[in-house]
Ligand binder design. Sequence first.
Ligand SMILES: O=C(CO)COP(=O)(O)O
Length: 250
Amino acid sequence: MRRKLVVGNWKMNGNLAQNNRLLEKLAHGLQDVSQVDIAVCVPYPYLFQAQQILANTNIAWGAQNVAKHENGAYTGEVSAAMLKEFGVSYVIVGHSERSDAYCESDANIADKFAIAKHHGLIPIFCVGETLQERESGVMEYAIANQLDSILSVSGGALLDQAVIAYEPVWAIGTNRTATPDQARAAHSFIRERIAAQHPGAAETVRIIYGGSVNPRNAAQLLSMPDIDGGLIGRCSLDADDFESICRAAC
Ligand SMILES: O=C(CO)COP(=O)(O)O
């Protein structure tokens, strides 16, 4: 039985004072929620703050990116070992906002996934089609290509404990959520694709949905078969909204 997982992706939002209020409120408000794993992925400079406030709570913290190299002359990059020093559990890799803006290739993303696993971090690997790909009927092809880049480099063993986020690009930040049936169909496709190569991993890997999840649509989405939780953008910045979504996953 896979445990549900709800992750907040703060993206490039927050400041010390706001974060303090948000994290304290979440730590308090969610303390009785034991049936669901919960995490917040914060900007790098706030990892220490998240660690200070969330240590000894039921909320884990994570980062939104990681370098594909161990260390060295890579200006501006942050390594997996550095993230571990701040108690990080999760790291998002391959978010479409990064792959679009910074031209991240599938091979780069696969390297980041592998290095995260190597350091005992849980990668949250994002896949999803653009609107054009969906409308032109190549959605499964697009998702399969993204998945295969990880499956071929990382293999089934590295999928153990990993998380895949299905984030249709057209649903991110748009208030245009995938319907529960659209999301379920994509999640089943992803699981079947993994099962064809790594049957054991397909059973255990958590596949979470991201894209305009809010307190009103969360319960329906998160109760669908094959949807093991959510990756929440805007609504993770509001303590009440994020708490409602976590509770909807119970
Ligand atoms: O990109 C997302 C999470 O990673 C989704 O963002 P929104 O929930 O704001 O649509």
